[in-house]
Write a protein that binds this ligand. Structure first.
Ligand code: ATP
Ligand code: MG
Length: 438
């Protein structure tokens, strides 16, 4: 892709309400723009990143045997009345009326609708298990939409729902999804932890959350330094006020708070801040019973489905990558989430030789399967310094600078994370980047 053809409105202006780096850099880097409180648009670069994350989520779920579907975003109020959840969801659920005064809801989650899809269609234990998911818009009228797309009102979620003939089979799928989520977050290049969690308004008998470790995380988790064990503090302190108080503490303040208890494995426990990017629940028959969704078991007896449900905050992940990976001047995308892996910077695109070599490098990289953008902008303000500024703000993992050293047959490769530079012969660029990318 040519930079000059892509709509990337970078800016020096910080949004006035932006306190977190991801919020500032995603707006300044031209990834997203705010349309209203908790409402964001994804501009071209943001959409590319969102789709990359979405693709990884889809690939791993499909690999694990899940089926993708797409539900209607607007759901009839009657569905929520029947499950008894209309009240539990409270004001977070945005209600609307059509021209005939029928009540509808902008879906905050979709357990009810998914049960309705399966009900009377999956009839026998022989047809089970079934695991259905969608990657679709959700709306929650959050009391405090904040931190940009980390806590929007409208956001993109992967929500999955599985149906089983027995509790054992449901627990098997729950464990499979835990492993699948670990693969997803590992592929995204994230440092994350899995913790035992509270089930909230979704309900059920057990749940686990996946947290991206970041000082700015809204949740406080306790993790073991030696084993996999972790808890969200909300299940340790039963008092909501206490949880609120601990969550208000910064990462630094928490480091002075010793956890006196030891882990079951004998390891040291410590507090971390996390951003919740995934949540999986063992639901049991809460929704299938309420909505009378039955299958017939081996003896021909009707039984409610055993269910589990699995969420991933797809749009929240875009910001989570940046909360974990940034410096003072901009984003540092992981290789699998970067909108492009390489930014070929033509220092002065008015110089024919620079542009020509730049284009050649760009074509070679593309042919080698490396996603590349070429900064071929040639306007008045499009100086080397300006292009470097955009490179650092946007956060492509690597830049190839075509400039002064061209007369010696050399270009410069810059690593965005370390900002280290190396001079490379023009015909070694592709090979070098293929190696760096492997
Ligand atoms: P939180 O505790 O952060 O409010 P939640 O527990 O209400 O989230 P779930 O019902 O578990 O959220 O939804 C599944 C996933 O959707 C969450 O793990 C999170 O990653 C994402 N998510 C939830 N609310 C939002 C939001 N307002 N904006 C962006 N992503 C969200
Ligand atoms: Mg949750």
């Amino acid at each position: 892709m040519r930079f000059s053809r892509l709509f990337i409105p970078t800016t020096k202006e910080n949004p006035s309400d932006a306190v977190l780096p991801s919020h500032q850099f995603l707006v300044r880097g031209g990834f997203v723009n705010q349309e209203g409180a908790g409402l964001y648009n994804f501009m071209p670069l943001g959409k590319i990143v969102l789709d990359k994350i979405r693709t990884i989520v889809k690939e791993e779920l499909d690999n694990a045997g899940c089926n993708e579907v797409q539900l209607s975003f607007v759901t009839p109020m009657s569905l929520w009345d029947r499950s008894g959840r209309a009240e539990d969801m409270g004001k977070e659920m945005l209600r609307i009326q059509d021209r005939h005064q029928n009540d509808f809801v902008l879906s905050p989650t979709n357990e009810e609708a998914m049960v309705e899809m399966v009900k009377n269609r999956v009839k026998s234990y022989k047809d089970l298990p079934v695991n259905l998911y969608q990657i679709n818009t959700k709306f929650r009228d959050e009391a405090r939409p904040r931190y940009g797309i980390l806590r929007g009102r409208e956001f993109l979620m992967k929500d999955g729902y599985s149906f089983h003939a027995s509790k054992e089979d449901m627990v098997r799928e729950f464990d499979l999804m835990e492993q699948t989520y670990k693969k997803i977050f590992t592929r995204l290049g994230l440092d994350f932890r899995v913790v035992n969690a509270d089930s909230g308004a979704i309900g059920g008998t057990g749940s686990k959350e996946f947290h991206v470790l970041a000082d700015s995380g809204e949740d406080t988790i306790i993790v073991c330094q030696d084993c996999d064990y972790g808890d969200n503090i909300e299940i340790i302190y039963f008092d909501e006020e206490e949880v609120f108080k601990v969550n208000e503490l910064t990462y630094e303040q928490l480091q002075t708070t010793e956890v006196t208890r030891k882990c079951g494995c004998g390891g040291k426990l410590s507090f971390k801040k996390g951003i919740e990017v995934g949540h999986i629940f063992q639901l049991g028959d809460k929704y299938s019973s309420a909505l009378e969704a039955h299958f017939s078991d081996e003896n021909g007896k009707p039984k409610p489905f055993e269910m589990a449900t699995f969420g991933i905050g797809v749009s929240r992940l875009v910001a989570s990558v940046i909360e974990q990976n940034h410096d003072e001047v901009g984003c540092i995308w992981t290789k699998s989430t970067a909108p492009y892996l390489v930014d070929v910077i033509v220092s002065n695109a008015k110089k024919e030789d620079e542009l020509e070599v730049g284009m050649k490098i760009y074509e070679n990289l593309k042919n080698a399967g490396i996603s590349t953008i070429i900064d071929d902008r040639n306007g008045k303000k499009d100086t080397y310094g300006f292009k470097m500024g955009d490179f650092k703000l946007i956060g492509f993992p690597y830049a190839v600078v075509v400039g002064k050293q061209l007369k010696d047959g050399l270009v410069e490769i810059i690593d965005r994370k370390t900002l280290e530079k190396q001079e490379v012969e023009i015909d070694k660029v592709t090979q070098t980047l293929v190696e760096l990318n492997s």
